[in-house]
Write a protein that binds this ligand. Structure first.
Ligand SMILES: [Fe+2]
Length: 446
C-alpha cells in the first residue's frame, strides 16, 4: 500500500512510524529548533534504509552554508544516493537538489528543491530548503514568489500552514511589500508562537521601516514563544541588538551580544556572521567592544581557507579588519581570489561582490577611507548577488557612510546620508552621521 506523510506527500519507505518521525522533524526544522538533527538521527537509527530521512538530514546541513558541516552533509547525501532505488520522484528531487548544492551549483540546487515544491506543493521541507537557497542566493523576489506558487494548495487544515505564511511574509518583506509582510508574519505567529521565521519576517519589517522601539518591544514580548529550544534565537537577538543600537543604546546591544548572540559559542558560520556584523557596527560608531573580537577571530581563522560561501568570508574580513590582523586578511583575500577564479555559484559571488568587498573592508581597517569607498561603492548596488537580507547588506551603506565622512569627502557623505535619511529619517544613527557631515561642510567652507 502506498504511504503518505501527514501533509499528503507520497513516501516510498513503508514504515509509518518512520514517516511520522520525519514529519515531526520537518516541523522542528520549519521552526528552526536546535535539536532537529537529533530528531532526524533518531528516525535514521531505527530506519537506516529510509532514503528521504538521509536526504533531509543532508539538506539541513547543506543549507547551513558552513564548510564545517560539509563532511556530515556529504555522508548523509551519499547514504541517500545509495538508496536511490528505494525512492520516488519527490525524494529523487530532494537528493538531486542536495547533490547540486553540495557540488557548488547553488542555483541548480534551489531550482531542484523548487521543482519538488511545485510538483508536491505541500512538501514543506522542499519549500523550506528552496526558500533558504533563495535567501543565500539573494533571490529577493523568489523568496516571495516561490511561496506564492504553492500557497493556494494550503489551508488551515494542513499541518504547518502557518510556516508557509511565515516564509511568504519574509519574501514579501525582502520584496519591499512591508504592509503585506507584516500582516502575513503576524498571522503566522498567531497560528504558532514558536515560528521564529515568521517573527523574523516581522522584525525585518520593523527594521526596514525604522520602527526601532516597536522592534525592541516586539522581540522582547514574543521571545517566550520563539526562544525555548530554538536554533535560530541568536539571530532574533541580533535583530533586537540592532534596534537598540539605533535607539542609541549601545550598552543594551553589547549586553545582548554577551548574553544571547554569543550564547551558542559561535559554533556555526551563521552565528559568526551575526557576531561580526554587530561588533563591526558598534565599532564603526566608536564604541569600545573590548576583547569581544578575539573569539570570533579565532573561529573565523579556522574557516579562512575554504572558498565555500563568500558571504561568510566578507563577515570574517570584518573581524580581521577590525582587529588589524594583517596575516589573516592576506590569507583570506588570497583564498577569495582563488575562489573567484573557480567554478560554481560561489565563484560568481566572489568575483562580483566578495573580493572587492573583502578588499574594501580591509582598506577601511587600515584607515584608507577613500580607498575603502572606491572599493565598496561599486559593490553596493549589486551586493544582493552574494545573498543575505537587506538588513545584513546594510553593512555596505553603514561602512560607506562612515568611510566618506572619515575621508572628508563631503559630496559623497552628503549623498550617503541623504540615502539613509530617506528611508529612516528619525534614526539617531543617521542623524548623527548627518551632523558630522554638516560639520565637515562648514570646515571645508571656512
Ligand atoms: Fe534577519
Amino acid at each position: 500500500m502506498k504511504k503518505y506523510d501527514r501533509r499528503g506527500n507520497p513516501v516510498f519507505y513503508g514504515a509509518q512510524g518512520a514517516i511520522d518521525g520525519l514529519d515531526r522533524a520537518a516541523d522542528m526544522l520549519a521552526a528552526y529548533k536546535a535539536d532537529t538533527l537529533g530528531a532526524i538521527d533518531a528516525v535514521i537509527a531505527d530506519h537506516p534504509d529510509f532514503a528521504l530521512a538521509h536526504a533531509v538530514r543532508a539538506g539541513a546541513l547543506a543549507t547551513a552554508t558552513d564548510k564545517a558541516f560539509e563532511d556530515e552533509a556529504l555522508k548523509s547525501l551519499t547514504a541517500a544516493e545509495a538508496l536511490a532505488a528505494k525512492t520516488n520522484e519527490r525524494e529523487g528531487l530532494h537528493i538531486a537538489a542536495c547533490r547540486a548544492w553540495l557540488d557548488g551549483d547553488l542555483a541548480k540546487g534551489v531550482e531542484l528543491w523548487g521543482k519538488a515544491s511545485m510538483l508536491y506543493p505541500r512538501d514543506l521541507t522542499a519549500l523550506q530548503f528552496a526558500h533558504a537557497g533563495d535567501f543565500f542566493l539573494g533571490y529577493a523576489h523568489m523568496l516571495r514568489d516561490r511561496v506564492a506558487r504553492v500557497l493556494p494548495q494550503w489551508d488551515r487544515s494542513v499541518p504547518g500552514y502557518g510556516f508557509v505564511h511565515g516564509m511568504y511574509a519574509f519574501g514579501l518583506e525582502e520584496s519591499g511589500d512591508y504592509a503585506a509582510a507584516e500582516e502575513h508574519g503576524r498571522q503566522a505567529v498567531e497560528i504558532n508562537a514558536e515560528d521564529g521565521w515568521a517573527v523574523h519576517a516581522v522584525a525585518h519589517v520593523l527594521e526596514m521601516q525604522g520602527r526601532t522601539k516597536e522592534g525592541v518591544t516586539y522581540l522582547a514580548n514574543s521571545a517566550a514563544g520563539w526562544e525555548p529550544g530554538s536554533g535560530f534565537a541568536y539571530h532574533l537577538w541580533w535583530h533586537k541588538a540592532l534596534f537598540h543600537l539605533d535607539t542609541n543604546d549601545a550598552k543594551a546591544a553589547l549586553k545582548l551580544f554577551d548574553e544571547k548572540v554569543s550564547a551558542g559559542g559561535f559554533g556555526q558560520a551563521l552565528e559568526l556572521i551575526d557576531g561580526s556584523a554587530l561588533l563591526w557596527r558598534l565599532q564603526l560608531l566608536g564604541h569600545d567592544v573590548g576583547k569581544r573580537w578575539d573569539d570570533l577571530v579565532e573561529k573565523w581563522e579556522s574557516r579562512v581557507d575554504h572558498g565555500y560561501y563568500v558571504f561568510n568570508d566578507v563577515n570574517a574580513m570584518m573581524a580581521f579588519a577590525a582587529t588589524s590582523n594583517v596575516a589573516a586578511q592576506n590569507k583570506l583575500i588570497a583564498s577569495v581570489r582563488k575562489a573567484a577564479n573557480g567554478k560554481g555559484t560561489n565563484a560568481m559571488m566572489s568575483r562580483e561582490v566578495g573580493l572587492p568587498a573583502c578588499e574594501g573592508f580591509a582598506a577601511f581597517g587600515r584607515g584608507e577611507y577613500a580607498k575603502a569607498v572606491d572599493l565598496l561603492l561599486p559593490v553596493r548596488g549589486k551586493a544582493n548577488r552574494y545573498g543575505g537580507s537587506h538588513a545584513q547588506r546594510d553593512m555596505f551603506s553603514w561602512t560607506l557612510t562612515e568611510a566618506a565622512i572619515r575621508a572628508g569627502d563631503r559630496a559623497l557623505a552628503d549623498a550617503f546620508v541623504a540615502e539613509r535619511l530617506a528611508s529612516k529619517p528619525e534614526s539617531p544613527v543617521n542623524r548623527a552621521w548627518a551632523q558630522r557631515t554638516e560639520k565637515l561642510t562648514r570646515k571645508q567652507a571656512a
